[in-house]
Each structure stands twice: as C-alpha cells, then as structure tokens.
Design a protein around this ligand. Structure first.
Ligand SMILES: C[S@@+](CC[C@H](N)C(=O)[O-])C[C@H]1O[C@@H](n2cnc3c(N)ncnc32)[C@H](O)[C@@H]1O
Length: 254
C-alpha cells in the first residue's frame, strides 16, 4: 500500500502532512536543542518540519518503504534516514528527546512492539507522541470517500478505514501508551487546500493506502460512479476549496 512514488503520496494524504507535523511538534513540546526521531516517516513531512525546528542534523527517521525513504532523504538531506520498521528501530537506547509517529500506528504489524521500541529509544524524561486520523469522523477526505463508496457498493464497508483500522480513537491510544507516564490525548485539527475536485480525486487512482487501493481496483465505470458520488458527499465543490481533518494524538513521558 505504501510502495508507490513519494510524489503520489504527497498529492494524496501527504497534502495534510506539514500542517499535521507542526501540530505534532507543538503537542510534543519540541524546541531547539532537542534530538527528534520520526518513526514511519514516509516521504518526510514531519521530519522536514522537525528539521526546521531543531536543525536537520538533530533529526533521525525510519520507514520500511524504500521509495518513501528516498523522498524523505531528498527532502531532509542532513537527517539520518534509515529503512527500518517501527518494531525494530536501528537506534540505541535513550537516544532522543522526542520520538514521534505520524499516521503510522494502524499500519504496524505489531503496534505494541512498535510502541515499546519508541519508548526504548526515548531518553528518560523524553516524550513519545503518535497521531492517527479520526477515520470514523473528523478526517473529512477519507470519511466522505468511504461514505460515497458504501452508497454505491455496500461491500466496500469491509474496507472502510473508519471500521477497520485500530488505534484511531482515544481509548485504544491510551491503552497502547500504558508503559509511559503522564499520558494525555488531544484532537489535532488541520486543513488542506485543493485547486479543484480533480486535484483531490486523481491521487486516489495511484492506489496508495486502503482508500487508494480500493479506488484503483475499480474499473473505469466504477471509478466514474464513485467520483461523482464522492464529489456530491463533499458538496459538489467548484474551483478551489479546503477540507479539514482531525487526528487523535497521544503523548506520554518516559
Ligand atoms: C499514512 S503513511 C504516513 C507517513 C508519514 N508519517 C506522514 O505523516 O506523511 C504510513 C506510513 O507507515 C509506514 N509503515 C508501514 N508499516 C510500517 C512499520 N512496520 N513500521 C514503520 N512504518 C511503517 C508506511 O511505509 C508509510 O510511510
């Protein structure tokens, strides 16, 4: 799901990444002088914002997707970016002041192990923060997509991220962070701008993530029907428009 070119991802969900990254850094309390790790960095939206805050030489990042890591390396050349999964981070114990994972937890093979690794590489007193879209509600782009898909093809509900994906609500996030102290959960609200509806729709056809892979699996007729219904779910936008998106974020201290 995440092996396509980084540019395709950036036109898709990556559009929200920099604003969400800034919200994550703020919630984590990241300030100059800290060392920061971006786990599941993807194309590097958060790593780039972290580099702006603390300097690229103080940023490390990891993701198992080679094309995404390539994009991240180009975007943040001074950062130490590795090809690795969250479940086995290639960094020493007690190495970072802030360990962050943006929109990654539902895609881990073993999320408790990933959370344990994030805790391991944080310094004592360091913060460990993750965020996950509110797929069931406030992530407007994906909620409208799956509502449109269900109206045409009820079987698509089996692939709806709002039903399927774990760690997309405060209770599950808190439970996953049980090994940390002072755990809090907050809603982070961001928005993204689109030139027109096609700028929103076309990236779905690249097949990235659960929604993209569903859209790409349809034939031309199915895609045309979904496109029209989806547009209707968003109020038939004409010309430029913006969408809001909410992510649940969990923060704990080691
Ligand atoms: C929705 S993307 C988020 C990327 C990036 N953090 C962002 O905010 O744009 C999910 C990311 O999780 C990564 N991923 C999938 N399995 C993973 C694992 N086991 N460990 C770490 N990252 C993983 C994917 O390669 C992809 O980059």
């Amino acid at each position: 799901m995440f092996q396509g070119p980084g540019d395709d991802y950036d036109r898709f969900i990556g559009r929200y990444g920099p604003a969400l990254g800034d919200a994550m850094l703020d919630y984590a309390g990241v300030v100059s002088g800290m060392r920061v790790l971006d786990v599941g960095c993807g194309t590097g939206a958060l790593a780039a914002r972290a580099a702006a805050a603390v300097g690229g030489e103080n940023v490390a990042a990891a993701d198992p997707s080679e094309p995404f890591v390539e994009t991240c390396r180009r975007r943040v050349p001074e950062a130490d970016v590795r090809i690795a999964p969250a479940e086995s981070l290639p960094f020493g114990d007690d190495a970072f002041d802030a360990v962050l994972a943006q929109l990654v937890l539902p895609f881990l093979t073993d999320a408790p192990q990933g959370a344990a690794e994030m805790r391991r590489v944080a310094k004592p007193g360091g913060v460990v923060v993750a965020c996950v879209w509110d797929y069931a509600g406030g992530m407007r782009l994906l909620r409208a997509f799956w509502d449109a898909a269900a109206a045409i093809d009820p079987e698509s509900a089996a692939r709806d991220e709002g039903r399927l994906l774990r760690y997309a609500n405060p209770d599950e996030l808190r439970a996953l962070w049980a090994g940390l102290d002072d755990v809090t959960v907050a809603a982070l609200d961001v928005e993204a701008a689109y030139d027109d509806f096609d700028a929103l729709w076309t990236p779905f056809l690249a097949g990235i993530g659960p929604a993209g892979s569903y859209a790409a699996s349809l034939d031309a007729e199915g895609q045309a029907a979904l496109r029209e219904r989806f547009r209707g779910e968003l109020g038939d936008p004409v010309g430029p428009f913006t969408l809001t998106a909410t992510a649940w974020s969990v923060r704990g201290t080691k």
